[in-house]
Design a protein around this ligand. Structure first.
Ligand code: ADE
Length: 239
């Protein structure tokens, strides 16, 4: 997979591509991450990439020319173009799975007041992180790229993301590590007894418990098994 991130602030990505799992994924050729400086594509002799909005209003708007030329230069047959914008569809784990199947993604990061509306004709997906406004799409694009890269086969252990929160519609069960008792706080006995069947049932129930108490909205679209419905009754009685 190749991910091209188009930005006016390439320096913001230095830490992202040079740290931890993302760095290793790049070094081991699971993914190619290309940070593209939009300013390189402007034909303006002062390297200007934005202008004042028609009809008036605050701030500056990214102009069409550099973005159109940049996408034209980068696009291949199987490319999908993503635009980071608070006007996009709210990003979810299910979308990360969908994007992780793609072979080439271009992510457009906006800055200032946003993009000239005509730039949207180049775009396949408008993506928002949530209902708030960032100073630019750069931090948002790192979130998107990170969530995609970790799903590429081989980047992390498959089991790690199969148990992720949201992967099965529920939050992930609680995790513990050594020591077994810390300042009087104990690890649940069942996790230490080596009975894998019991452990699997406990994880499933605790995953449901977390979801019920922290994100009940996730259960609205979740079809409960008979056992899960019984557990929910049990949680309700303890509320
Ligand atoms: N750019 C500015 N705000 C954003 C948001 N909430 N999501 C994605 N891109 C953005």
């Amino acid at each position: 997979m190749r991910i091209d991130i188009v930005t006016l602030f390439p320096a913001m990505f230095e830490g992202f591509v040079n740290s931890s799992i993302i760095k290793r994924a790049i070094e081991n050729n699971y993914v190619e991450v290309n940070i593209v400086d939009l300013r390189e594509y402007t034909t303006n002799k002062h390297k200007k990439v934005d202008d004042t909005p028609y009809g008036g209003g605050a701030g500056m708007v990214l102009t069409c020319q550099p973005v159109f030329d940049c996408v034209k230069a980068l696009r291949k047959e199987d490319t999908k173009v993503l635009m980071m914008t608070p006007q996009g569809k709210t990003y979810k784990q299910q979308t990360a799975y969908e994007f992780a199947k793609m072979t080439h993604i271009i992510i457009l990061c906006g800055h200032y007041e946003g993009f000239d509306e005509r730039i949207r004709t180049l775009v396949d997906y408008e993506v928002s992180l949530g209902d708030y406004v960032l100073t630019g799409g750069e931090t948002a694009s790192m979130v998107i790229a990170d969530s995609i890269i970790r799903l590429i086969d081989g980047v992390i252990e498959k089991e790690s993301h199969e148990n992720d929160s949201f992967s099965n519609g529920l939050l992930e069960y609680p995790q513990y590590t050594k020591p077994r008792v810390y300042e009087g706080l104990e690890v649940p006995e069942v996790l230490c007894n080596g009975n894998h069947k019991e452990i699997a049932i406990w994880k499933h129930k605790e995953s449901l418990r977390k979801t019920y108490f922290k994100r009940p909205d996730l259960l609205e679209n979740y079809s409960l098994s008979e056992q899960e419905a019984k557990w929910i009754e049990e949680f309700k009685n303890k509320e």
